[in-house]
Design a protein around this ligand. Sequence first.
Ligand code: KG4
Ligand code: ZN
Length: 324
Amino acid sequence: MVSGLILGLETSCDETAAALVTPDGVLKANIVASQADLHARYGGVVPEIASRRHLELVSPVIEETLAAGGATLDDVDAIAVTAGPGLIGALLVGLSAAKALAWSRGLPLIPVEHLHGHVASLYLQPTDLQPPFTCLLASGGHTLLLDVPDRGWEHVRILGRTLDDAAGEAFDKGARLLGLGYPGGAEIDRLAKHGDPEAFAFPVARLAGFDFSFSGLKTALLYTVRDLGPDATEERKADLAASYQHAIVRALSERVREAAGDGPIAIVGGVAANSALRAALPEAVAAPLALCTDNAAMIASAGRYSPRLSSPAFLGLDAHSQSL
Ligand code: KG4
Ligand code: ZN
């Protein structure tokens, strides 16, 4: 058994996740218990339900992760946990579990920024991407263009961000307008394969600098659906999905190319799982599919490049809902 493992924990939204990563970035176990089914009937994540479910799942998920990695807590050297941003109640469940484990085992605790985690999904083997690169981080909560000079979080610079909805949120809201399930990104991705991306000309916002805006696009889909009426919308659902997706993919891929110039590009976050986005950026290094949406492997990976807090200093650590 490899010793010196980092146990990662992630509970910032509606996935209860744990993972084991070696110091040199080999993923030994990666368990994600998604609560998506629980929230689907509400069309989005209900924070209080998420916290309660994390509480039920966090211990069994850790146990399952250790078993999957053929490890025990004796093999664990440090505990990395998402401290924010995210749903505060959900974060507190993971952070409290991590503190309790670290304190009882005399292990250091590593608080990790969720966004650093997404970028660090690129640092696990075999991807093992070396900075510098320009990174598009597109998820349900964030759309950021980042200049990544090294593997830590401290020197990462934000080049651009969305001024309204996140790209994943645009996918989810679009899916809702088309009567698809939640979360909507994967559903639109699937349906769009059968549609014509040029069928409808949806707008791509062009802002100064490297910022994004997706709220106009969502409104354009709303009006198109309203004008078509329920029957024609149903009939043309695949074309609507493909054209809507095409507008989001164009906005993202054009911007990241402008920002990167001749330099390397990487894409991470839930939206990086989108097949059209991956196809539109063949030169980019994309996070492995399983590590695009929220997981704890990326948190353990980021933990390798973040400061360790010793016991009992970390007991006073708080979660934060907003980006630092
Ligand atoms: O990174 P993530 O799991 O959670 C956040 O940190 O927000 O991202 C979730 C987002 C959701 O909005 C979901 O619809 C989107 O990623 N997503 C996709 C795809 N798979 C997940 N969007 C487009 N195409 C996909 N295949
Ligand atoms: Zn995320």
